[in-house]
Write a protein that binds this ligand. Sequence first.
Ligand code: UDP
Length: 523
Amino acid sequence: MGSPQLHVGIVASPGKGHLIPVLVLGNRLAVFHNIKATIIIITSKNSPPDTQLLKTFNVPRKLIDVVQIPPVDISNLIDTDAKVVTQICVMVRQALPEIRIAISTIKPDALIVDLLSTEVMTLVSREFNMPKYVFVPTNAWFTALAIYSAKVLDKEIEGQYVDHGNILMIPGCKPVRPDDVVDAMLDRNDEQYNEHVRLGIEYTLSDGILINTWEEAECDTLKGLTENERLKSVVKVQIYPIGPLRRNVEDKNMENWILKWLDKQPSESVLYVSFGSGGTLSSKQMIELAWGLKLSQQRFVWVVRPPCDGGADGSFFNSGQNPEQTAVDKSEKEEDNVKSSCSLCPAQHLPCDGTLDYLPEGFLTRTRDKGLVVQTWAQQVEILSHSAVGGFLTHYLPEGFLTRTRDKGFLSHCGWNSTIESLTNGIPMIAWQLYAEQRLNATMLTKELRVAVRPEFLPTKKVVGREEIEKMVRTIMQYPEGKGIRNKAKQLLISAENALRKGGSSYNSMCKVLKDIENKLVS
Ligand code: UDP
């Protein structure tokens, strides 16, 4: 356990998918290691502070402070076709002067920056004398690819990775299919590729890399990163698997209309369908998914966003800006208004502002007995922990959990936070990768961990037809072959709980980070 006085600053780059794991990391440091944490949140005018999200987090205020950097303005960039990674990196760069002021004011003993904020470490090296670590909120395979591609493959391979005939070799790790590379590697002529290379190099200039994974989930890759001499000579720094960090279910979020609907469903019978904080589907895909769900005849909760034909990360900066739409304080009112508020919807599909007309005609009425459609944002952790979807788990393995975690499923875009939230509830997945490193995650989940099924072709390349969707849903929720997948998900859940408990591999790994900080401070 670290010293009670240790104070760590943690920088979160813009985007809910980045802020959430940083908040969970701060929470874990505070609650389990008695560390004071200050979260430094970078925002921009097009990704305003997630005040609602912060409210739903039960952070121990005595131990965790939050500093919001004044929003930077990147409107010029948005008018161009700058990709998400480029936009985020520019936001971080523009926020540096304010981050300098924040660090001078809060005076932490050490700084942890998330995977897209590594430029802050350059500032720290130049102006502050403190240890600095990178927090990768996703997995070890991504980390190995990010570093090895930036420092080695970038020089060795000519042309586009996606056109490369052979799989990409990483010493000591599973190879990567060119089709599975992260978004930033798809086009080497795009500015976000340059940022990707810079980020991968900067990871290796830190004092260590904290990864949101655990030994049992990624044994071989972690071995490669820590024991393979060729890879180690590239990575250079200590690797700390400290995950899977997962949000806790908040009591105050438990009373809302979606959960009330779930209360009425049979135990473990509901498929949860969500595409993360910013994922979007094309109009055609949306229609196929709707009819695929209908054909499967399974119960579902589907978090919908208007379709976007321009890219799968179409809502990255603006999804769930009003998550309070489904939050506790409004839920009662919404439920009261259920029948009168929208002529489009039967009672189950609410709250609805009448803009669900992008769903196929007749879908809402024809699924009224089975499904719930939620607009934009839902309280995912609470839903996944609900007994209709999955067994409720406390932080440590509760007695008898195996009997409570039975048939259920999650059609997920494979963002790593969602993956962890699914696996730590023992829930098998339909892997529907969309952007960022999600292709890599989907391959890991289906081929290696075997906790998911996925469509034959990448959903970003080809529309997945309704019959294939129906088959995947039935496999996970109904067919006998889904049983093996469910059992694997339960095994992973046990290993995750073991890794996190006191004395477990991830708990010990976090202790090592804190010891390293203490040693560096005295030397
Ligand atoms: N999330 C949520 N409600 C939603 C959609 C997403 O609470 O309706 C949360 C989800 O629980 C997860 C995060 O947003 O913690 C999304 O992170 P992930 O890494 O899965 O995907 P990303 O959004 O970064 O692509």
